[in-house]
Design a protein around this ligand. Structure first.
Ligand SMILES: Nc1ncnc2c1ncn2[C@@H]1O[C@H](COP(=O)(O)OP(=O)(O)OP(=O)(O)O)[C@@H](O)[C@H]1O
Ligand SMILES: [Mg+2]
Length: 362
């Protein structure tokens, strides 16, 4: 039997070799059921070179201390909450930490307005329940229950999108570390190694504020947008190249200069002023996150590979930029036009981009 490559392998599959090398080289103490020491987890996340020469690629670009605090939280009895504006790698970091700590990043509860308590606690296999009555075999474990039994990291995505009463079912789980099943008169007790990494977006509309009782069970780490343009260029070009390979796009990874243009436009519009600070700009309504910059560049690669010369030019970036910036047709179109005229047009080396964007706005 041949196995098809999957579209998006989990971190522990994609980086299996790095994780194995880190665990093998690691002689520091490991917390119960951890695959490696907290130090090695930080190296896995931020990258480095091992004594035997194995290169660990950086996954997260950012402050070391912040990653240490995040990983350090997991050895305490508190859970970790990653918050920040959209596209600041909250989910990305949570996946990689779970992969390094537990070797499994797939115990995930996705928070939505429709998330029910059974997705957090447990459900029933109704055919079995009717045939045999309530029994342990009829219980369908949630990822949380599985993580408690196995002593693994459980990821909770978009915690604040869940209804408040469902969020609150984490209070007992996190403070008592038990999950009662009243129908059977038993409870599942968590074994060491169990913890939760939750993410929450502080920009979303329609969020359900966390109760203070629940908030107290978490250590909160705020993930900031990339500090400098260079950092952001590094992130976007590395991720776009990786995605291009994974999607098998027949295009070259974009030149650093093209990525830099996209990142500069995003940063200027996000901050509402040009890099030299001379021109004030209208801020568009969208979030213009790093994640969106990555998708502008990746779409550009798709266009260049299939309909263009194989190399990204201004023509391939223009439509992606327009789509990313203009979320509200009326107000954002005005902001984009103003930016094109006041900034893009004035930069001699950006003439090609100005022309390509003008053609689209038409
Ligand atoms: N500092 C960073 N280091 C590495 N990658 C980053 C960084 N910031 C953003 N990214 C990239 O941005 C992409 C989006 O990140 P992710 O989906 O984790 O964001 P998020 O914070 O969960 O956003 P949302 O609030 O929309 O869920 C990922 O591909 C990630 O690699
Ligand atoms: Mg996310």
């Amino acid at each position: 039997m041949t196995t098809e490559p999957v579209l998006r392998p989990a971190a522990e599959q994609q980086y299996a070799a790095e994780l194995a090398a880190l665990a093998a080289a690691d002689d520091r103490p490991r917390p119960p059921r951890w695959r490696m020491s907290p130090q090695a987890v930080v190296t896995y996340v931020l990258g480095g070179t091992l004594a035997d020469g194995t290169v660990i690629t950086p996954k997260y670009v950012g402050d070391r201390r912040l990653v240490e605090v995040a990983v350090g939280t997991l050895v305490t009895d508190r859970a970790l909450l990653l918050v920040g504006v959209p596209g600041t790698a909250k989910s990305w970091l949570s996946e990689h930490i779970a992969a390094a700590v537990s070797g499994n990043s797939m115990l995930v509860v996705q928070g939505t307005a429709g998330t029910g308590e059974d997705q957090v606690r447990y459900g029933w296999n109704y055919a079995r329940l009717i045939a045999e009555g309530p029994s342990e075999a009829a219980v369908v474990a949630s990822p949380v229950m599985t993580g408690m039994r196995e002593g693994a990291v459980v990821r909770v995505e978009e915690l604040t999108r869940m209804p408040a009463e469902v969020q609150d079912s984490f209070i007992t789980i996190l403070s008592e570390k038990t999950l009662p099943i009243p129908e059977l008169g038993i409870q599942v007790q968590a074994v060491p190694g169990f913890t939760v990494i939750a993410t929450a977006n502080d920009r979303d509309r329609g969020v359900n504020q966390m109760s203070s009782a629940l908030a107290r069970r978490f250590n909160t780490v705020v993930l900031p947008p990339p500090a400098t343009e260079d950092d952001e260029v590094e992130i976007v070009s590395a991720r776009a190249a990786q995605l291009g390979r994974a999607l098998q796009l027949p295009a070259e990874p974009p030149a650093l200069e093209e990525v830099r243009r996209v990142v500069r436009i995003f940063r200027e519009l996000r901050n509402g002023s040009t890099v030299d600070g001379r021109t004030q700009l209208k801020k568009p309504s969208g979030s213009l996150s790093t994640a969106e910059a990555i998708s502008v560049v990746t779409s550009g690669m798709a266009l260049a590979g299939h309909f263009g010369s194989g190399t990204i030019t201004a023509d391939e970036l223009a439509s992606g930029l327009l789509g990313a910036v203009v979320k509200d047709r009326v107000s954002d179109t005005a902001a984009w036009q103003e930016y094109l005229e006041a900034v893009v047009k004035e930069r001699a080396e950006w003439r090609d981009l100005y022309r390509a964007c003008q053609d689209l706005v038409g």
